[in-house]
Design a protein around this ligand. Structure first.
Ligand code: SAM
Length: 215
């Protein structure tokens, strides 16, 4: 799994964010620039990812690799993606390079905001964050993580949230096949949920997020 670096602008689009809450958790944040920019804008922003437990040089190398060589591997299948939002592969590359750099700088300056932790167990208090975001782990990797794991992971994300949990995308990596267990997952979760269209599609068929809230 790549440790990718989506930008603040990509998060705004993927999660249809119109306002920034007072506190926000990006869980499975990887090398994303979201926490850096959300902090700069005044939010109490925290990023969590098990990769933050890697030796520092190894993590930095993995992030740089994903934002360069990793992207060129994706581009071998350039026609499999929808380019409307980015315009061109070069524009996407530039955005990811800037996001990776924003991550690396902020991680150096404020390491306490980057917590080495993995779902389904997070070291945060119940209701600590107004908004919890999860990009490109759940559902994307449904071939690796089963329904029960997703159930535990979503319960944990909801536990640490005080408002909403938003998860994007809702399809498998690759061709964007639907995740067959999603209806059963939502039924077993038994929480207020909504599948909402977002103003972003790059991987084909990946243009919806899951919004969960507490009972
Ligand atoms: C494809 S990257 C997404 C990174 C970032 N959210 C983005 O959109 O660019 C997936 C991330 O999930 C992290 N990850 C893997 N297993 C995890 C777990 N159990 N809990 C939280 N994050 C995990 C990986 O280390 C990796 O950084």
């Amino acid at each position: 799994m790549l440790i990718t670096s989506r930008s603040y602008a990509e998060y705004e689009a993927m999660f249809d964010l119109t306002t920034l809450p007072a506190s926000v958790l990006d869980c499975c944040a990887g090398g994303s620039g979201f926490t850096a920019e959300a902090s700069r804008r005044g939010a109490e922003a925290v990023a969590a990812d098990p990769a933050y437990d890697l030796p520092r040089a190894e993590l930095a190398d993995a992030i740089r690799w994903s934002a360069t060589t990793g992207l060129s591997i994706v581009d071998q299948n350039v026609d499999d993606f929808v380019w409307d939002w980015y315009g061109t592969p070069a524009a996407r590359d530039e955005m990811r390079a800037q996001a990776a750099q924003a991550f690396l700088t902020h991680w150096e300056e404020q390491p306490e905001r980057y917590v080495g932790a993995g779902l389904p167990d997070l070291p945060f208090a119940t209701g600590q964050f107004e908004l919890v975001l999860c990009s490109h782990l759940l559902f994307t990797w449904a071939g690796k993580f089963d329904l029960d794991w997703h159930l535990q992971a979503l319960r944990e994300l909801v536990r640490v949230s005080d408002g909403e949990v938003r998860v994007f995308p809702l399809v498998h990596q690759g061709a964007g096949e639907p995740v067959a267990f999603l209806p059963e997952l939502l039924e077993r979760l038994a929480l207020p949920s909504e599948i909402r269209k977002v103003p972003y599609e790059f991987q084909r068929h990946a243009d919806e997020m899951l919004v969960l809230s507490k009972l």
